[in-house]
Design a protein around this ligand. Sequence first.
Ligand code: FE2
Length: 297
Amino acid sequence: MTVQTQTLRTVAGIVNSVETLEGAGFLVRRPFPKSSFSYFDPFLLLDELGPVNLKPGQAKGAPDHPHRGFETVTYLLDGRLEHKDSEGHTGVLNPGDVQWMTAGAGVVHSEMPESEFTRTGGRLHGIQLWVNLPQRDKMMAPRYQEIAAERIPVAQTADGSVKVRALAGEALGAKAVIETRTPIIYLHFTLQPGASVVQRVPPAYNAFAYVLDGSGLFGSEEETGNDGQMVIFASDGDEVVITNPATAREPLDFLLLAGVPLNEPVVRYGPFVMNDAAEIEQAIADYQQGKMGRIYA
Ligand code: FE2
């Protein structure tokens, strides 16, 4: 007889974010990449934009720039962003919306605060995640999945103490609608004080949490993770546990991200992420020759 047992993962490390200026000069908090920690396979970057209260005219964005070889995932929590790209695609992201852009062979796009939001100012808060593509998909045709907030599945426990939004993967019976090229879990949890959640994450997945607000206890040994910190789980179990202590004064808001590592060489140069140096040189040449297109106003 085989007995199925679940084991809780321990915590392998806590990573602090660095503050850095992106695009035309907006501040982001970034746990990775940095010189000592370049990627967490299959994830290449995590940026938290804000939260910041902007004065009228103060909002800045990222004007025209290319991407090749990976996916950019934008999850907007507050404010409004506008994007345009070389495929002739335009759109506005509102709070709770997700744009999962598979850059593949190449996209040139701009990510800017929406003009009316820039004029009025207000609270801006968003997350950008870069997900690497496997070698077989790096030169695929670009693809967008734009999911409005109301289409992101939400679930909560009967007492409402744990709430989750499922961007990718499945939690508390909510199954994500976004399709990923390789297996990815992207969950946004909110835990009230005293609440705890146990989430299945198969051992083959690299997994981490990123704390958006509050302070929580992570993993079987209950390591403390604070606002702006990344908590890396060890690959020693098939579940993760997270608790907001009963003594907490505020909800714990965090992202749980996990993915099966690609285990392929990663060579990156700014907005291009390929498998070897020759492919990076080709990406630069293709961009300079306009082969990734341009944005027509
Ligand atoms: Fe971008």
